[in-house]
Design a protein. Sequence first.
Length: 215
Amino acid sequence: MIRLHHVPESRSMRVLWMLHELGLEFDVETYPFDRSLRDPAYLAVHPAGRVPALEIDGIVLFESGAALLYLAVREGRLGRVQGGVDFAEWLNWLHFAETISQHVAALTQQHVMIYPAAKRSALVTKLEPMRLAKTFQALESRLKGRDFLLDEFSAADVGVGQALYMARHFARLEPFERLSAYYLQLSQREAFKKSLPVDGESRLYGAAFYEVLDG
Ligand SMILES: N[C@@H](CCC(=O)N[C@@H](CS)C(=O)NCC(=O)O)C(=O)O
């Protein structure tokens, strides 16, 4: 039995996308992005009440990067063989998803979670998109002469592609030509589309793009 604990549009989408890429059978337990993640029943699954949590093979993976790595190794697909330059590069880009997502998390907190709105920080909403754009520049450089982060599509593209899916709400992809083409290509994959929120599911982001706050 494989069960994914999931909040639509959050980092758990990374694992959902990967499960679809691998064509595995699994259940999804979907939560709204609210206090229900702090229920004692859920805290017994994830020690900090966050998503994703992936129940698999009698264990729980509660870091999205760890879950992608575990699934790639378990299935012998979308990873790279241990040892060698490819493996090191794969690990780097797999974990680069979190370098992007840390800024997205800070911005989601400011724009979506903090109430009342007067408590939100204009400075954070200005600085974090600039830092996000630096991560876009790093990807733009990496994608020179490449369609994917490695020679072929891998779990690193799932992690980074999903991070971009969230990051687009706060920093523009358009100034980065190769990155825009890369994201477009990833977003056309069937497994990506299957990991999007379905009708009626609560959404994390009410706006397509969040501008810097005044102040
Ligand atoms: N590094 C962790 C971060 C997990 C995380 O913070 N997830 C967010 C959603 S993107 C969450 O569950 N937030 C709920 C909360 O902070 O209460 C991972 O990649 O799995």
